[in-house]
Design a protein around this ligand. Structure first.
Ligand code: IMP
Ligand code: MG
Length: 495
């Protein structure tokens, strides 16, 4: 991957996703880990999924910062206090890495990171089952309930793993608080979910939880992780003082932020640069610059929630709810880039781009690049963009980019604005009831119809692709720093 003048003189750089996640942060994080002395994750948990390829071997990481695979003993990798940590999941990930000869001597875990425990996973899955029509489409990893327990003053932290007696007392207290809340759910659902969790190990019929078993395992986890648990905020702040280079590794995407996203169809952390900096132990003043990873000229969303440019609309959203890569294989012939049916075109893009979730295997919903949404994200994440996955549309004859939204619902008030049907919005209103009733205004572009995967310099990019890059810059007042034309680090054009 080429060096870039954009990094000159910078010490703290954040990589965030300007869309709904999966825009391809991993590749840039992996590259910038070469540059950085310290890499920090600050938000999310095992809901995140990164596929990192090295030496033909693929690693699926959820919690461990993706730079760990560099295996460079001089670099430090940190799981910051804003992350919710499933200790069992982390240990499993570390064991897989060890089996491949990747060491993690320099992994540090914030003592203030809150734990995701079996009752969080149970609550997450129960709520989704009970919600049926209004479910969020979560990853089922217990993320929402774990974050809720932080503000609900019931959280158990990584630090508690270092103190077995405190740990046991807190787990007992938390379980006692959960039981009455769980009585309202379908007991058959509880039975099924608990049996499926860790082979039913933490299930005790009638009492729901086998608390003793949970505590025993957590103590074991504590022994395994204890050398890594420390005050990482202090580590990060000291690294900053000594002018080390710090990379903040984002998770999920701007519109999944519970503060800025398409609420309630969001995750439970703030996936913007602000949430990332805070969760890593820094403030926005400490961040020198931000790179907003942006899929173009298509984008994706996984799980439920509004997505105005979705190809195939509701049909696509229903389809993706239950489809996986294997279940789509029989449609490979019909799903082509020439298809007039946008649902099939969306499927063609999904197949070409391998758009299936790393964590859940679900088919990702596919739509056209939405500039009103992007403009909204850039208000917080800033002007620097990396446009990714562009090679996926190499064979696409017609490309559409959404330049505005037309609101089609009845009169609604949004802050100080009154929005009537027919109102045109240049910056998206990230309010589900509005976005659900927005239709995209499109500008059409001819496809470039040539392979871009070997492009390394600006002059290697087809003119028609370049027109789109310039159009995105003009329309967002942004600055495209990189165009990514393939999963490999070299398949990147610096601009
Ligand atoms: P949760 O984070 O599991 O609670 O899920 C909430 C929403 O965020 C769902 O729509 C998920 O599909 C979505 N989500 C969570 N993590 C990711 C991710 O890493 N990539 C894309 N979507 C995600
Ligand atoms: Mg991912």
């Amino acid at each position: 991957m080429p060096s870039h003048t954009w990094l000159d003189g910078k010490h703290v750089v954040g990589i965030v996703d300007n869309q709904f996640g999966d825009a391809g942060k991993g590749k840039f994080v992996n590259w910038l880990t070469d540059w950085a002395d310290v890499t920090v994750r600050g938000t999310g948990g095992a809901n995140a999924g990164h596929t990192v390829s090295i030496g033909g071997r693929k690693y699926f990481l959820h919690l461990v910062p993706s730079g760990i695979t560099h295996d460079d003993p001089s670099k430090v990798h940190i799981i910051g206090h804003g992350v919710v940590l499933d200790p069992k999941c982390l240990i499993d990930e570390l064991e897989l890495l060890r089996a491949d000869g990747v060491s993690w001597n320099n992994l540090r875990i914030s003592h203030r990171a809150s734990l995701v425990l079996p009752y969080h996973v149970l609550e997450d899955r129960l709520r989704e089952r009970a919600a049926s029509g209004s479910k969020i489409g979560t990853t089922g990893r217990g993320i929402g309930p774990a974050y809720q327990d932080i503000v609900g003053r019931l959280a158990i932290t990584a630090n508690d793993l270092l103190n077995p007696d405190i740990l046991a007392a807190k787990v007992r207290r938390a379980v006692a608080a959960k039981i009455p809340l769980l009585q309202g759910y379908d007991q058959v659902d509880i039975h099924e979910i608990m049996l499926g969790l860790n082979g039913g190990k933490y299930y005790r019929p009638g009492k729901i939880f086998n608390v003793d078993e949970m505590i025993t395992d957590l103590r074991l986890c504590g022994q395994q992780l204890s050398d890594m648990i420390c005050d990482t905020d202090l580590l990060v702040q000291e690294a900053m003082k000594s002018r080390q280079r710090i990379l903040l590794e984002g998770a999920q995407g701007f519109f999944l932020s519970y503060l800025y996203g398409t609420y309630p169809y969001v995750t439970s952390s703030d996936c913007s640069i602000q949430g990332l900096a805070a969760g890593a132990g820094l403030t926005m003043r400490d961040v020198d610059d931000v790179l907003g990873i942006t899929k173009a000229p298509y984008m994706t969303r996984v799980g439920r929630g509004p997505f105005p440019t979705e190809m195939g609309g509701q049909k696509s959203s229903d389809w993706c709810d239950t489809s996986t890569q294997t279940s789509e294989l029989p449609f490979a012939r019909k799903a082509t880039f020439e298809s007039d049916d946008e649902f099939m075109l969306g499927m063609a893009i999904r197949m070409k781009g391998g758009e299936y979730g790393t964590t859940t295997g679900r088919a990702r919903r596919v739509g056209w690049l939405d500039l009103p949404l992007l403009r909204r994200a850039m208000k917080v994440n800033g002007p620097n963009l990396a446009l990714t996955l562009m090679d996926v549309l190499d064979e696409c004859p017609v490309i559409r980019i959404c330049t505005a939204h037309t609101y089609t619902g009845s009169k609604i008030r949004w802050g100080g604005q009154v929005i009537d049907g027919g109102h045109v919005l240049n910056v998206a209103i990230p309010e589900t009831s509005v976005l659900e009733r927005c239709t995209p205004v499109y500008q059409e572009f001819p496809g470039w119809l040539s392979s871009t995967s070997d492009a390394r310099r600006q002059s290697d990019l087809p003119d028609k692709l370049w027109d789109i890059v310039r159009f995105v810059e003009e329309q967002t007042s942004g600055r495209v720093r990189f165009v990514s034309v393939g999963p490999d680090r070299d398949q990147t054009v610096s601009i």
